[in-house]
Design a protein around this ligand. Structure first.
Ligand SMILES: NC(=O)c1ccc[n+]([C@@H]2O[C@H](COP(=O)([O-])OP(=O)(O)OC[C@H]3O[C@@H](n4cnc5c(N)ncnc54)[C@H](O)[C@@H]3O)[C@@H](O)[C@H]2O)c1
Length: 406
């Protein structure tokens, strides 16, 4: 297969590492992105996203003449689709938007030939891989001669270059030969196991992995609200409950963020609305937890005023969607800070992973004023976990929504 040309469509957080890895493994790789700035950046040997070691992989791939980026797909033997699959936000229950996939498929239809491999890696609603076949059939492409499969991506941002190789993969084809051939392709560069299944099971598997996390976090978030009413320390409670050999409750927080766990469960819910009651409820609980945190902060702000006769400044510790990253997508911490700011509260934030954020002023943790500030801990960044910082926070008017002080 090393003599085959691979076309990776969509050069973002998933596509660019995949293209760069395959190029370093010896394949000739064509990277495609509609965004010409991204294409120009990559062709200069540079990168437009933050991911450890990715710059080295891209630079080496270009030096070896194994990777070149374009704004349009070129004739290849393997096409890997890594375009976004966001949500249509305007619906009451957000619906998945697979328009980027449809566009990518229509763009390659005129250049596909018999024997080619078409692999979908974008997180997709069940049935999307078969939809690709139907779109191609409508465009008069003979799909009986093609290998088409879904292979979900499970990498963790920050560890993408190693996890692309080491993680187990699942490959689900539209027929047995697609599954076999495309699984064998992954076995050439993946050291983890490659499990074979059908397209629908593989699609559902990716959605279930993230829904399972969402449901489990919802239990922790629900418990945190119950414990607040009961005046029980939820962090202690969970630690003790987890001493049971078969119990493993996750940690609560100000909600669930990011572009995967907070998004993918909707792909199941909107397609199987009547039967996905638990998954839907978990999404609602995790969304409601953010609103509960906002109400709680407002009430603590009022208490502060009643006691001190002046309004405190609210200092949000963390804006990212989880600890130790700079990613603000679907971040509950950011939603909380923005909502309070828009409601007229005096908001500043400490976010060590970004330099600036629109209307919210960023301050250093040393600038917290013990007497005048109300500190709300929203993200457990490692910069906040030091004896000195924790002692200072314990002396301040601090409320902890992510268990940092525990
Ligand atoms: N980022 C992750 O950690 C992660 C993990 C697992 C799965 N996924 C899934 O992988 C998919 C891609 O995610 P991402 O984070 O890489 O997205 P991204 O937004 O970082 O990158 C997608 C790229 O595709 C380009 N694009 C859009 N339509 C195109 C088209 N028709 N032709 C060529 N390029 C096109 C965009 O310009 C963009 O650069 C999504 O379905 C996502 O849910 C992402």
């Amino acid at each position: 297969m090393k003599d085959k040309i691979i076309c990776v469509i969509g050069l973002g957080y998933i596509g660019l590492p995949t293209a760069a890895l395959l190029a370093n493994k010896g394949y000739s790789v064509i990277g495609v992105d509609l965004n010409h700035k991204i294409v120009e950046t990559i062709n200069k040997g540079l990168i437009h996203i933050v991911e450890p070691d990715l710059d080295l992989f891209v630079k080496k791939a270009l030096e070896k003449n194994k990777l070149k980026a374009f704004t349009r797909a070129r004739k290849s033997d393997v096409y890997i689709i890594c375009v976004p699959t966001p949500l249509h936000e305007k619906h009451k229950f957000p619906k998945p938007n697979i328009n980027y996939i449809i566009e990518a498929v229509k763009n390659i239809a005129p250049i596909i030939k018999a024997g080619d491999y078409i692999i979908l890696e974008s997180t997709s609603p069940v049935g999307t891989t078969n939809k690709i076949k139907n779109i191609l059939n409508k465009l008069k492409v003979d799909t009986k001669q093609l290998n088409i499969a879904y292979c979900p991506e499970r990498v963790l941002p920050g560890k993408v270059m190693t996890e692309l190789v080491q993680n187990d993969r699942i490959v689900g084809g539209i027929d047995n030969s697609s599954t076999k051939n495309i699984s064998n392709f992954y076995r050439e560069f993946v050291t983890g196991n490659v499990y074979e299944t059908d397209a629908k099971t593989a699609e559902m598997c990716k959605l279930v992995e993230n829904s399972s996390r969402d449901v489990n976090i919802a239990l922790a978030n629900e418990l945190s609200i119950i414990c607040d009413e009961e005046n029980i320390n939820v962090w202690n409670l969970i630690e003790l409950a987890n001493k049971h050999p078969r119990v493993n409750i996750l940690q609560p927080g100000p909600g669930v963020g990011g572009h995967c766990i907070a998004v993918d469960p909707w792909f199941i819910i909107t397609k199987n609305f009547k039967n996905s009651q638990l998954i839907k409820k978990a999404r609602e609980i995790n969304l409601d937890k953010t609103n509960w945190v906002i109400k709680k902060i407002k009430s603590l702000h009022n208490n502060f005023y009643d006691k001190n006769k002046f309004n405190p400044r609210i200092v949000c510790l963390g804006l990212a969607f989880k600890a130790n990253i700079d990613d603000l997508r679907e971040s509950p911490a950011l939603k909380i800070a923005n909502f309070l700011k828009a409601s007229g509260y005096n908001i500043v934030a400490v976010e060590p992973n970004i330099d600036a954020y629109k209307s919210i002023k960023l301050i250093d943790i040393s600038e917290i004023c013990i007497e005048k500030d109300l500190v709300v801990i929203l993200v457990k960044h490692s910069e906040f976990i030091s004896k000195k910082v924790i002692n200072r926070l314990k002396k301040s008017n601090t409320v902890d929504f992510c268990g940092l002080l525990n």
